[in-house]
Design a protein around this ligand. Structure first.
Ligand SMILES: C[S@@+](CC[C@H](N)C(=O)[O-])C[C@H]1O[C@@H](n2cnc3c(N)ncnc32)[C@H](O)[C@@H]1O
Length: 177
């Protein structure tokens, strides 16, 4: 999401606040039908029209492991129930590193997901600060009562460049989490 005054909140789903006049959002997905019935870019476009934000929403056919966006180009990155759909742990870690890469220094990351509590390690290794996990409770019950999701929050430090994987020791030394 690119905006100077964006905020996000977690209810039954993530809601991006596009009420700010300069707020823009980019949605990246591979639109896999086995992950969600009726999944398609066209359906997402219809949702944007229905919400009255089509003019400020851009959609991209993009794999979270290899985002076609410049480094440091987003104020906020949010992800809901998507990264856990990447089967291999290495792929999930790569998607997390990509999310950090595209964040501007000082940008914020919020991920709701089945395994979000396990993502904290990777985010710290990627140099994030403020890495915190909390359970979201009944508002994220999915299917069965009691089956709810954790949220992991993190930020890209304002004055620290993205640290590629392998620089974990240095990142750990700098993390405030
Ligand atoms: C369970 S659906 C969740 C959809 C929506 N975010 C929500 O919260 O309702 C999982 C989504 O992750 C997407 N997805 C799976 N693997 C992906 C990948 N490697 N890159 C981008 N999107 C992916 C699927 O296409 C699908 O849209």
């Amino acid at each position: 999401m690119r905006t100077s005054a964006s905020r996000e909140k977690v209810g039954r789903r993530y809601e991006l606040d596009l009420t700010q006049p300069d707020g823009r959002a980019v949605g990246a997905d591979v639109w896999r039908r086995r992950d969600q019935s009726g999944n398609s870019r066209a359906a997402a476009e219809r949702n944007a029209v229905a919400e009255g934000v089509a003019g400020r929403v851009e959609l991209a056919d993009a794999d979270a492991r290899d985002l076609p966006f410049a480094s440091g180009s987003f104020d906020v990155v949010v992800s809901s129930l998507a990264i856990s759909n990447i089967r291999e742990a290495g792929g999930r870690a790569q998607a997390l590193r990509e999310a950090v890469r595209v964040l501007r220094p000082g940008g914020r990351l919020r991920i709701v997901d089945e395994g979000a509590d396990r993502y904290a390690v990777v985010l710290r290794e990627a140099g994030c600060t403020g890495v915190a996990v909390r359970q979201l409770g009944w508002r994220t019950w999915y299917g069965l009562p009691g089956h709810h999701f954790p949220l992991v929050a993190a930020a890209r430090p304002a004055a620290q460049p993205y640290l590629p994987f392998g620089a974990a020791a240095a990142a750990g030394a700098r993390c405030a989490a």
